[in-house]
Design a protein around this ligand. Structure first.
Ligand SMILES: C[S@@+](CC[C@H](N)C(=O)[O-])C[C@H]1O[C@@H](n2cnc3c(N)ncnc32)[C@H](O)[C@@H]1O
Length: 393
């Protein structure tokens, strides 16, 4: 199966299959007979990115940000419909909006340059965190400066997030909307002082941690934003395949797939919920000024996955397999040796759920899995499995 290996990377993501993409696609190719491929738990949509010019994709995830990434990869991008200097134009528009807000709130000036002591640094951080108490009256697009300044990002970086989010809405009727949002997501990922997710931000406890956090505070958001927009523009183009993107619970999505589809399922395998780790991305795309709670400033309407709960995980797999069987679909399931349930249990559930029309088999590969930590134990050796339910004919 031919695939595009140049998929632009959008965000650091727990459980991303980017590093074992070839292994996954080679095994999909062995059972695929030209039908639609449903990526049931798409996350960063790496599979849609790679197969966007090869197969008709249906990308699904319960998190809405995933649908924005999918639409970035799967939309028809005809760059001739925009001015030639569209990237400069978008960046100038974003910077003009930042300037306007910056001037309106000119007393908000948080400069890290001359900070040398821990005390000064923490005061600067705390002053930014206090912006959550401001009303920012008559200022549209103030969600990030109000709620996240001095947390995962600095005030200046939040200003850039809000500004480019506004510009994204100016292009709402075009696929550029998704390109701009994905470029923001990328810049958020590489300027955040947290460790590859947004479960919690770090506090400066001593000079060393202060210096490390400061490195992120002074990162230039616009540089990362431009870099990703340029890459997306150079790689993405038009395609004539009939792709589909949904934002559904996996069982609702399976009701919706065509009979005889191939399903790639990569459910969560740990006890942490994606909605807690990536709440800030959900808030970016929804831009709905949600109620926030706890130190990590999480939105309160977070989804809890049955795959991350030991009492529910078995039934969650049973329901998935039964639904796929009833759709006469085929399955490639990714799971890890560190998952909530053992491989032999999954195979046993598969054997009792799929009927005699299916062959069940397992493949495995060794993989260095990122723990999303910044210091010791950055990665650990795990086995990644593929459990395959192939229709005999
Ligand atoms: C292991 S990640 C998928 C990673 C993805 N394959 C990639 O390479 O980026 C699991 C995904 O399942 C999604 N998820 C969790 N529970 C879900 C549910 N009930 N229905 C649909 N998606 C769900 C999460 O939001 C998360 O993005």
């Amino acid at each position: 199966m031919i695939f595009d290996s140049d998929v632009p990377h959008i965000t650091k993501y727990m459980g991303s299959k980017r590093n074992i993409l070839k292994f996954v696609i080679d095994n999909i190719a062995e059972i695929h007979r030209g039908e639609e491929i449903c990526d049931l738990f798409a996350g960063t949509c790496i599979l849609s990115g790679a197969l966007r010019n090869t197969a008709s994709m249906h990308s699904n995830d319960i998190q809405n940000y995933s649908s924005y990434i999918a639409k970035t990869y799967l939309s028809n991008h005809d760059w001739n419909t925009y001015p030639e200097d569209i990237i400069d134009l978008v960046i100038n528009q974003g910077q003009a909006y930042k300037k306007e807000i910056g001037e309106k709130f000119n007393k908000l000036n948080f400069n890290y340059e001359n900070i040398t002591s821990l005390e000064e640094f923490n005061k600067l951080e705390d002053d930014q965190k206090c912006l959550i108490n401001e009303t920012f009256e008559n200022t549209p697009y103030h969600l990030f400066i109000k709620n996240y300044s001095g947390t995962y990002w600095s005030y200046d970086q939040c200003l850039a997030i809000d500004a480019f989010r506004k510009i994204a809405d100016d292009y709402k009727e075009t696929p550029l909307h998704y390109v701009i949002i994905s470029s923001i997501i990328f810049a958020m990922s590489y300027t955040s002082q947290s460790t590859g997710h947004y479960a919690q931000y770090r506090n400066a406890k001593d000079i060393n941690s202060m210096l490390d956090i400061k490195k992120y505070r002074i990162k230039d958001f616009d540089f990362y934003f431009r870099r990703k927009m340029e890459e997306l523009k150079s790689v993405l183009s038009t395609n004539n395949l009939n792709h589909k993107v949904t934002n559904l619970d996996y069982l609702d999505c399976l009701k919706d797939i065509s009979t005889g589809s191939t399903v790639y399922a990569d459910p969560p395998y740990g006890f942490v919920h994606y909605s807690r780790f990536y709440h800030a991305l959900e808030t970016l795309v929804n831009y709905d000024y949600p109620e926030l709670k706890y130190k990590g400033r999480y939105r309160t309407d977070r989804h809890q996955s049955p795959f991350s709960k030991s009492k529910d995980v078995r039934v969650a797999f049973e329901k998935m397999f039964n639904k796929i069987n009833s759709k006469q679909a085929q399955l490639i399931l990714s799971y890890s040796s560190t998952g909530m349930i053992r491989l032999d249990e999954i195979v046993e559930i598969a054997n009792s759920s799929f009927d005699f029309n299916y062959d069940i088999s397992v493949k495995s590969i060794d993989h260095l899995h990122s723990t999303m930590g910044r210091s010791e134990d950055k990665s650990r050796e795990v086995k990644e499995y593929l459990i395959i339910a192939k229709r005999k004919k």
